[in-house]
Design a protein around this ligand. Structure first.
Ligand code: ADP
Ligand code: SF4
Length: 592
């Protein structure tokens, strides 16, 4: 089966010479393989006449065309096709009774399309995109007998109600007016207002307006609003963004409790969280904006290991060039160079909040992970080191140049990614180690012609990380680089940061809440403790294992290692391993 997709956003007929049409061999032989639309001037590609030569893909100056061959067996599994050369979705995840079903894969592969289909908002057309009269019976007939078919029978009968926690909570303040109390009381269909607001730790925020909330508070409010609805299926799209580990674990417990009586689907890119949260996982793979394929559900452990390995044996499909590997022990520590920056007894008062630090130092080639609860001053300390904040007491060594990626990336540039890179780091990005270690692995070469304003959250994050790493500096400070990146992009970004520091003998501070991300990149940990919004105390950096032990004992969770992939896995609370490790003070074990 041949799939020809036009990326509508990228196609700019006014800025090209219709190269796709001019060079297409069948067109030159008089066949209407590509015709140009009278009104838009955009190409319409016939999949039956296309010979798959790929010439148009290379000739298009805006990378707007995708031509792919897919196994013909998939044809019968097509669930939806938006238009002639539009995105296609194959197979669906199954919302199972009394389970948390996880979805693992990049954005742009049809997760939202699938959710819309499962909720009945989009009637799947099974590929017959011209047939606007598409009906439920046709769809139900094509599905094999089983849970998904039964589910769609209920959808057809209007019996299924769904609630969705959207991915982009940043947009909520622009769309919703009023206080948190107003918003939540309107959706309290289960009469659980007090219970849920307490469980989510937001009862002290009820009289604030939505506009006054931080990212983590907005996230908890959005999750609470979803939980209060009385529906059959609950979808949580990236529930962990902006939350610290303590809050992520709290959400895990709440969602698991919900799944005791309801169907729950979760899209999550923090693999430690997904691992402990989901009962089953569907992997979704494909080509961004072109097609997406859901695999049948597998056990959580097997799905995550397969995903990290990058090869789907049942489908015989490679989804990544190389496996993502976790190290059992970091062989690094001993080779650290001279001190690059040091500090002692820093103090900073900000309104009601007070930050204090112990004494610490960072060495050449060292990557320091920075962990701790929200609101304990991680970003404040980074800003002090970056020279952006004054401090009230203590000292910081001087003379070290700094490149800084803030948490919130506000770019208001009206230019392409290529121009943005040129203006920030000059022409160096086009070649050499930086190009192969950073630009390529972060997928930035594919974004070069895109306008900065049109980048998704994840794309903007990737370019910002690249720009931070591309500047000349002694010390690199990155505040929450994993935010908005999918699981695969997170691991690639962690490796890119590490390699850049090793290759150039530079040092980095990386604030993040994703344990897999920290495990891959960090040599040592700076640990924040305290009470969000009131007091924060920074201790360390400690060697990674020692720091993790200290940090996790505060959060009260233990990790073991998977014996195959060597990835860290959260132990079930009160399981035998959990109790044994807790007793031994081994919160971050390298044993499986
Ligand atoms: P995900 O949720 O995994 O990010 P989506 O389901 O939102 O993926 O979208 C997958 C692709 O489907 C998008 O890249 C887009 O090209 C296409 N798409 C989404 N909605 C529409 C629509 N209403 N019309 C045409 N194409 C769409
Ligand atoms: Fe024409 Fe298909 Fe070749 Fe593109 S890939 S130039 S549409 S034959």
């Amino acid at each position: 089966m041949r799939v020809a997709v036009l990326r509508e956003d990228s196609c700019q007929p006014k800025k090209c010479n219709d190269e796709c049409h001019a060079f297409c061999p069948p067109v030159r032989n008089g066949q209407e393989c590509i015709i140009l639309d009278d009104r838009s001037g955009k190409p319409i590609i016939s999949e039956s006449l296309c010979i798959g030569c790929g010439i148009c893909i290379n000739k298009c100056p805006h990378d707007a065309i995708i031509i792919e061959n897919l196994p013909s067996e998939l044809e019968q599994d097509m669930i939806h096709r938006y238009s002639m050369n539009g995105f296609r979705l194959f197979r669906l995840p199954t919302p199972s009774k009394e389970s948390v079903v996880g979805i693992l894969g990049p954005n742009g592969m049809g997760k939202s399309t699938a959710i819309n289909a499962l909720s009945g908002r989009l009637i799947p057309n099974l590929g017959e995109w011209m047939d606007k009269e598409c009906n439920w019976d046709g769809i139900i007939e094509t599905l094999p007998r089983g849970e998904l078919r039964n589910f769609f029978i209920s959808v057809r009968e209007g019996k299924i109600k769904v609630a969705l926690k959207p991915q982009n909570i940043d947009r909520l303040p622009k769309r919703i007016q009023g206080t948190v109390r107003d918003l939540l009381s309107k959706v309290d269909e289960r009469n659980m207002f007090d219970e849920m607001t307490t469980e989510l730790g937001i009862s002290h925020l009820l009289d604030r307006t939505v506009q006054q909330l931080s990212g983590g508070e907005l996230q908890r409010m959005a999750i609470c609003a979803t939980l209060l609805r009385d529906v059959d299926v609950y979808f949580f799209d990236e529930p962990s963004s902006y939350l610290d580990i303590h809050e992520r674990m709290r959400i895990v417990k709440i969602i698991q409790k919900l799944a005791e009586t309801k169907r729950v689907l979760v899209i999550e890119h923090d693999l430690a969280v997904l691992d402990v949260l989901a009962d089953l996982i569907h992997i979704v793979y494909g080509k961004k904006g072109a097609f997406g394929i859901f695999t049948p559900a597998r056990s959580t452990r097997q799905a995550i290991n397969t995903y990290l390995d990058g090869f789907l044996p049942e489908q015989n499909v490679r989804i990544r060039d190389k496996p993502i590997k976790f190290l059992n022990h970091r062989a690094h520590g001993a080779e650290l160079g001279n001190e690059v920056i040091s500090w002692g007894g820093l103090e900073k008062q900000l309104g009601d909040f007070k930050l204090e630090t112990g004494d610490g130092a960072v060495h050449r080639s060292e990557v320091v992970g920075v962990v701790g609860p929200n609101g304990t001053g991680k970003s404040t300390m980074i800003k002090i080191l970056a020279g952006e904040h004054e401090y009230d007491g203590g000292w910081v060594s001087s003379g070290c140049s700094i490149s800084y990626k803030p948490q919130h990336i506000d770019v208001d540039m009206d230019c392409t990614v290529q121009v943005w890179l040129d203006s920030e780091i000059g022409p160096r990005w086009r070649s050499g180690e930086y190009h192969s270690n950073v630009i390529k692995v972060l997928g930035i070469d594919e974004l070069l012609p895109k306008r900065v304003k049109k980048l998704s959250g994840g794309e903007r994050q990737a370019v910002s990380i690249a720009i931070c790493l591309g500047r000349e500096a002694d010390l690199y400070l990155l505040d929450e680089p994993s935010a908005h990146l999918d699981a695969s992009a997170r691991m690639e970004a962690a490796k890119a940061i590490r390699r850049t520091m090793e290759a150039n003998e530079k040092s980095a501070f990386v604030i993040d809440h994703d344990v897999y991300f920290i495990d891959i990149l960090a040599d040592s940990l700076l640990v924040f403790e305290g009470e969000g919004g009131k007091v924060g105390k920074a201790e360390g950096p400690f060697p990674l294992k020692e720091g993790m032990n200290r940090f996790l004992s505060g959060v009260n969770i233990t990790f073991r290692r998977d014996h195959d992939s060597k990835r860290p896995r959260i132990n079930k609370s009160e399981s035998r391993k959990d109790r044994e490790q807790r007793q031994a003070g081994d919160f971050y074990s390298y044993q499986s």
